[in-house]
Design a protein around this ligand. Structure first.
Ligand SMILES: [Zn+2]
Ligand SMILES: [Zn+2]
Ligand SMILES: [Zn+2]
Length: 233
């Protein structure tokens, strides 16, 4: 049923769903005599989605080809679309962020960690206060974490026990500043080699964490060893 007689109808019947809708509900189509598509926007959208879902790679490849052929045109039309559809654009951003998260959970964890670091650097007082409060309210959980840490890192835990005992009995002297940045603190004894438990370098908590982060990043191959240092170790 071509609407040849109606050159500029105000309404049209959709060929797919059969509903009669205002002409604005049909996308423009220069190939059609009336200048409008024969399917309503809703049906067109559903068709497109179905075709895309059936063969996403084909459509992605086509997009890539279009882009390669004329990147400027593509970018301009992308910008226009974003400006005209802010809601859809932010939803598509969220969707691709979700896909990234699923594809790369490790990267997600890393970016979460970095965001936490930035918050902490921006407001260290608030961070410390929140940590103190959390520790005070979660003693049992903390003990549980410590037990789990000891269980997962027996070598570190044992070496750290040896250091604590040596400090207590006066065999080792704990300095009152960090050997790396010099800040006054109760430094952690860090082991370069756990087989020499009394051979330690004294680091403030921050330098200690930094050292381990670098070291553990090198050896973290699905290992059970935790990247967070205990008070010594
Ligand atoms: Zn329709
Ligand atoms: Zn330090
Ligand atoms: Zn250490």
């Amino acid at each position: 049923m071509r609407a040849a007689a109606e050159e500029h109808p105000a309404v049209r019947e959709c060929r797919r769903c059969g509903e009669t809708k205002p002409i604005e509900e049909f996308t423009r189509d220069r190939k059609n005599q009336s200048g409008r598509n024969t399917l309503c926007k809703v049906c067109t959208r559903r068709d497109c989605n179905e075709q895309y879902a059936a063969n996403p790679d084909k459509y992605r490849a086509a997009k890539r080809r279009q882009y390669a052929a004329d990147p400027d045109k593509h970018n301009a039309s992308t910008l226009r679309w974003r400006a005209a559809n802010p809601e859809a654009y932010s939803e598509s951003c969220r969707a691709s962020e979700r896909r990234r998260r699923v594809a790369n959970p490790e990267g997600r964890r890393e970016s979460k960690r970095l965001a936490a670091c930035r918050r902490r650097a921006a407001n260290p007082e608030e961070h410390n206060e929140r940590n103190r409060a959390w520790r005070a309210n979660n003693k049992e959980k903390r003990n549980e974490t410590k037990r789990a840490y000891r269980h997962a890192n027996p070598t570190r835990a044992k070496a750290s026990d040896r250091v604590n005992y040596a400090v207590k009995t006066g065999k080792l002297l704990r300095p009152d500043n960090c050997s790396k940045c010099g800040v006054a603190c109760v430094p952690h004894g860090h082991h370069a080699d756990y087989s020499k438990p009394l051979d330690v370098v004294w680091f403030c908590p921050k330098c200690h964490t930094d050292v381990h982060r670098k070291k553990d990043a090198r050896v973290r191959v699905a290992s059970a060893e935790s990247p967070l240092p205990s008070a010594t170790g």
